[in-house]
Design a protein around this ligand. Structure first.
Ligand SMILES: [Zn+2]
Ligand SMILES: [Zn+2]
Length: 235
């Protein structure tokens, strides 16, 4: 079956994400667009994933629990977990590694933890868009050892991408790659290349979803589908 997937999105927890983009609104918008598998991947934190799980269950959308990690080289890497608890543990680990720099909401925006209803539960003080201090290869290895899917983010972007910041893509066992434009003019070792919305505002949800040929909607089927690489991009 052809499944519409979108494995890179933010919420109001990311300082650069709109305060209006709650996990519940993300899930509802994805459902309305026919997205079958949806990830929330805020910068260096997993704190909005519990509300995201509840919302996806209500919307009958399969949730992938993500963290977009900033490496010491300032490369963004998507780490996507099947289980909420595993993502929460990894998110706590990454947040702990961030330097003790306070967020200035006037400069960077708010960092809001919300519940299913979108009510503010907590405001995160530590700036979440700093570097976590661990290297690109260590993030890949650590997340894979925790059974996450590991996908270098927007590899063809001119900032915070592996191709720009490292100058090349190291040959590591990624689950897939994410790019903004297809084809990518670089050595990508025949890895599956996805597009994803990287939505920071509600109107961006679904703007770069793609379709994957999967046996069914499940984590194992997604993993298998990513290794087979049958991707259809949006026109
Ligand atoms: Zn990014
Ligand atoms: Zn992002």
């Amino acid at each position: 079956m052809l499944v519409k997937v979108d494995l890179h999105n933010h919420s109001c927890l990311s300082p650069c994400g709109s305060d209006d983009l709650t996990p519940a609104l993300l899930a509802v918008e994805a459902m309305e667009q026919g997205i079958g598998i949806l990830a929330l991947s805020d910068h260096n934190s997993a704190r909005n994933l519990p509300a995201f799980k509840q919302a996806c269950e209500l919307c009958s959308v399969m949730a992938m629990f993500g963290v977009e990690v900033t490496t010491v080289e300032e490369v963004h890497v998507l780490t996507l977990f099947e289980k909420l608890e595993d993502a929460m543990q990894f998110g706590t680990f990454i947040e702990f590694l961030l330097p003790p720099i306070k967020n200035d909401p006037r400069l960077f925006g708010n960092q809001l933890v919300v519940n299913l209803e979108g009510e503010i539960v907590e405001t995160v003080d530590k700036l979440l868009i700093s570097t976590s201090g661990i290297s690109f290869s260590d993030v890949v290895e650590e997340a894979l050892s925790r059974d996450a899917l590991v996908i270098p983010a927007h590899i063809d972007r001119s900032a915070n991408s592996v191709l720009t910041n490292l100058g090349f893509l190291p040959d590591l066992p990624y689950s897939a790659l994410e790019a903004i434009r297809i084809p990518v003019r670089a050595e990508t070792y025949n890895k599956t290349i996805l597009t994803a919305s990287d939505a920071h505002r509600l109107e961006e949800v679904g703007c770069r979803s793609c379709y994957l040929e999967l046996e069914e909607i499940s984590f194992e089927a997604l993993k298998a589908g990513l290794s087979r690489g049958l991707v259809t991009y949006k026109a």
